[in-house]
Design a protein around this ligand. Structure first.
Ligand code: UDP
Ligand code: MG
Length: 321
């Protein structure tokens, strides 16, 4: 019963999208027919409480290229994306939203761009149809920040519609809101990343599942990512550095307190008359903590790499093996 792998794997997280699904499915098939490539469509039902799953089952019965993964409960869009990536058999992986805000007709342009020699083509909702203050503006700021910290300049990390060559997704593990950072992982692994503007429609049915709080989560994820990128194999450098700074300031504060008490320089002050001894003690304790945390992080990192057989490098090719 194993069919040959398709060229394209589309995957779509679905959470309470019953009103959008019929038209969405039809539009995808239309776009695929125009492309003339082999394909599969993987719908990941993220614990919908409406009739979404029922509709998806109907699509799957009608056409064996439609595959459905149904979660037991709502795990969130990132988990649904991860399931899609995991299940995808195709050479090119294309995530998309299931609310018709992305347009399946754009897939052709993404593929054309991939053919120019890229590994990731990111969609950019240049003319985004979402509320300005609560969505578009914070997203712009977040994108600028992500571009800067991640070192991969893209206008729209949040746009779901992207196209990836299978290889660049092989080693990514997704947590939190991190599906949006896949282009960064890909670039770090040596992939070529670019973007093109894509159409964005206003939501005409169903409701958005997000508000401003997501931007904050994204910023936290970004801190994690940056840490993983810079210090994952050497956390003691970061924690040790912070520890050293604490120790130095602690020593300076202690020295100052002694000078004031015993040398009356620049003026006399007993230990209880200045905050310096407290500062010295707190920073000393903090410095010790930083070092210990660094050592624990070193142990955790070794467990992370070794328990999963994760190498600390990514190989592009091997010859004559
Ligand atoms: N989604 C999901 N699980 C969730 C929230 C959202 O699978 O917990 C899906 C949702 O059905 C849609 C996509 O993720 O296909 C994007 O969600 P939404 O349209 O609400 O986000 P927005 O476009 O407003 O950023
Ligand atoms: Mg949407």
């Amino acid at each position: 019963m194993t069919s040959p792998s398709p060229k394209l794997s589309l995957f779509l997280p679905v959470y309470n999208e019953e009103e959008n699904l019929p038209r969405l499915n039809a539009k995808i098939f239309e776009a695929m027919a125009a492309l003339g490539q082999t394909f599969e469509i993987i719908y990941v039902d993220d614990g919908s409480r409406d009739r979404s799953l029922e509709l998806l089952e109907q699509f799957a019965t009608a056409d064996s290229r439609v595959k459905v993964i149904a979660f037991r409960r709502n795990y969130g869009q990132t988990a649904a994306m991860a399931a899609g990536i995991h299940a995808a058999q195709g050479e090119i992986l294309i995530p998309m939203d299931a609310d018709l805000q992305n347009d399946p007709a754009d897939i052709k342009r993404l593929l054309d761009k991939l053919d120019e020699g890229f590994d990731v083509v990111s969609g950019w909702r240049k003319d985004r149809q979402d509320a300005f203050l609560s969505r578009t503006l914070p997203s712009r700021l977040a994108n600028a920040l992500i571009s800067r910290i991640g070192g991969v300049p893209l206008h729209d990390y949040g746009c779901s519609l992207k196209a990836y060559r299978r290889e660049v997704l092989k080693d990514v593990n997704l947590y939190g809101e991190m599906h949006r950072f896949i282009p960064i992982y890909a670039a770090w692994a040596g992939g070529r990343v670019t973007e093109i503007p894509v159409t964005h429609h206003a939501r005409t049915a169903g409701v958005s599942k997000y508000g401003i709080s997501r931007t904050i989560k994204v910023v936290f994820d970004l801190v994690t990512i940056k840490f993983m990128a810079s210090y994952l194999t050497k956390p003691i450098y970061l924690f040790g550095g912070a520890g050293m700074i604490s120790f130095v300031i602690s020593l300076l504060a202690a020295a100052m307190a002694f000078l004031m008490k015993f040398a009356d320089w620049p003026k006399h002050a007993d230990f209880i008359q200045t905050p310096l001894p407290v500062v010295a003690m707190v920073l000393f304790a903090l410095g010790v903590q930083f070092f210990l945390m660094g050592l624990i992080a070193e142990i955790v990192v070794r467990t992370y790499h070794e328990s999963q057989g994760k190498p600390i490098y990514a190989v592009k090719a091997r010859y004559n093996f």
